[in-house]
Design a protein around this ligand. Sequence first.
Ligand code: SAM
Length: 202
Amino acid sequence: MRNDVYAHAPRLPESEAIDPRSLLRVGEGPIDLEIGPGRGWFLVERAEALPERGIIGLEVRRKWATIVDERLRKRGYGERARCFAEDARSALPRLRSSSIALAFVHFPDPWWKKRHAKRLVVTDALVAELARVIAPGGELFIQTDVEHRADAYEATVARAPAFVPWETRARVGDHPYVARSPRERRAIADGLPVQRLRYRRL
Ligand SMILES: C[S@@+](CC[C@H](N)C(=O)[O-])C[C@H]1O[C@@H](n2cnc3c(N)ncnc32)[C@H](O)[C@@H]1O
């Protein structure tokens, strides 16, 4: 089976209470999280631009988690940026509370068929877990180029009392994160409007 090539994809420790700080060497620096980094260039660009921060990616596809984690290591960022082959829905409940400064979810949920609804990532359950793992004062950022998905994400986060819109409303024109995800770059190049939602963790 082709997938066997990635049988040794990087995984989180088996513990039920993982401290992300124990996975990196960033001293007291803040640790960020990306859910579904895909080809992972956002992780690389963040690590490159922000040496004082740590970042962890949770990517369900073993192939991409392996490639991205290796790429981070080869570029010399392996001590402060990692990508693990994990389903965020089962991995997040294992992360320590208030251990994450900023969580990114770029262009999630490329599933359109009803029978794929069970794969959706941005659900009430996931947002509740994000509220638990993001430290008070931290941030949650979600973006998509699918307008009705953005509406659904906005409604989902609005049901979580721990999050408030970054400004008067959650929708923001752009973001200050000095890196762009591969899908974001493609949407910009194709002239597709990107819907961006930014929240503060109370
Ligand atoms: C449409 S791609 C976007 C990739 C990247 N975020 C970007 O913006 O270029 C969605 C990514 O989320 C990953 N994904 C989907 N469900 C996931 C889950 N439950 N946990 C972790 N990653 C997931 C997919 O494997 C895929 O890499």
